[in-house]
Design a protein around this ligand. Structure first.
Ligand SMILES: Cc1cc2nc3c(=O)[nH]c(=O)nc-3n(C[C@H](O)[C@H](O)[C@H](O)COP(=O)(O)O)c2cc1C
Length: 358
């Protein structure tokens, strides 16, 4: 009912608000014996952290994860893992001027209608601060996947109207936007500066790839792998659409173009994005996530007060200009959580066929 739990076997429950004392996660179902690399969890959290990129909020949090249970001598014990991250730089006073107003594009109106009470400070539970918990859990899932040779990466395809024209994996880590095209990255930076000066915001597109996923993951008919990935990504704030493989382009193709033909050495193309009939086919899983512009902007917009009177709002405070690339590690984490869950679920299906898992 609560909506804060995700996954069936590798299951996470996140808690915490943007301006509360902490955010965190409880992971259940993680097998024992997984080597916990705290530096790797910290590195993932650092990539999500504010203040690292030109379009990011200046909120400065160290985001140091505290592992409170489930790990002994650097290894998971099979018991619930609790990871807690303190909020240390929340400035709640900067939200007082808009406490009685609904921010257009944010969850203020719908949270108030649903719960009748709302933590206006920083968006409460609708804040991207909650994604700290997902990234911490995703890092543990990632360690589990790595132990089976599966890797997950992401890169930025578009910010605003600037699109990457090339993809060179070697340059993704060499520009602040995680873009595989240095020229596009420079144009993204220039565009962000312009949009920031006009007190506006931007959206964009991120591509996530999972490699070396074994065939067989995904539980038709309601827990198909692509359905669970779409749910995982759509659950991230600001995500408005998810595409797998050829995605929406498939609608305009002929069957002869779209079908991934097969030979004795495997598939000859990957329009399916690594998933057929809701089950992984062994090819790379390719997902694109479409992200809307950040709703909190300085530009004046029409809104209403909590009691319905017309008003004008201009959001000050510290906000991102664009959720990309801070969203990239969040998307990777959600992918890791889905794959870890389905990998463990497939263990049950493959019980009588040894050899499925190495
Ligand atoms: C990494 C990340 C950073 C974000 N930063 C902000 C922000 O600084 N200000 C803001 O208003 N929204 C921000 N958002 C977007 C809101 O969380 C989101 O738009 C809001 O929860 C409403 O949900 P919806 O857009 O899915 O409808 C961010 C989202 C992500 C994923």
């Amino acid at each position: 009912m609560s909506g804060s739990t995700f996954g069936k076997v590798f299951q996470i429950t996140t808690y915490g608000e943007s301006h509360g004392p902490a955010v965190g996660v409880v992971i259940q179902g993680c097998p024992p014996g997984i080597e916990i690399d705290e530096a790797m969890i910290q590195e993932k959290l650092n990539r999500r952290r504010a203040g690292q990129t030109p379009g990011s909020t200046t909120r400065k949090e160290p985001d140091c994860p505290k592992i409170l249970s489930g790990v002994f001598e650097n290894k998971t014990t099979g018991t619930p893992i609790h990871i807690c991250v303190e909020n240390t730089d929340a400035r709640s006073r900067s939200y007082e001027h808009i406490a009685h107003l609904f921010r257009p594009g944010h969850g203020d109106f719908t949270y108030e209608k649903k719960y009748g009470i709302r933590d206006y400070r920083g968006g409460g539970r609708a804040s991207a601060r909650e994604t700290v918990a997902r990234v911490a859990a995703g890092a543990v899932a990632d360690l589990l996947l790595k132990s089976k040779g599966i890797s997950i990466t992401s890169h930025t395809l578009q910010i605003g109207d600037v699109c990457a024209r090339n993809y060179d994996s070697a340059v993704v880590g060499k520009n602040p936007f995680c873009c595989g095209d240095m020229e596009a990255a420079a144009a993204m930076e220039e565009q962000l500066a312009r949009v920031k000066a006009s007190q506006d915001s931007l959206g964009g597109v991120v591509e996530i790839r999972a490699e070396k996923v074994p065939p067989g993951l995904g539980d038709p008919v309601f827990d198909k792998l692509d359905a669970d990935i779409a749910k995982a990504m759509m659950g991230i704030g600001a995500v408005k659409a998810v595409e797998i493989g050829a995605g929406t382009l498939a609608a305009g193709m002929k069957g002869s173009e779209n079908n991934d033909q097969m030979s004795d050495s495997g598939f000859l193309s990957n329009n399916a994005g690594g998933i057929l009939a809701g089950i992984s086919n062994g090819e790379p899983i390719i997902v694109r996530v479409y992200v809307k512009p950040i709703p909190s902007i300085g530009k004046k917009l029409s809104t209403v007060t909590r009691t319905g009177e017309p008003a004008v709002i201009s959001v000050k405070g510290r906000h991102d200009i664009c959720a990309i690339p801070r969203i990239n590690p969040v998307c990777e984490s959600m992918m890791a959580l889905v794959l870890a869950d389905h990998l463990l679920r497939q263990n049950a299906v493959a019980f009588s066929s040894p050899g499925f898992l190495p």
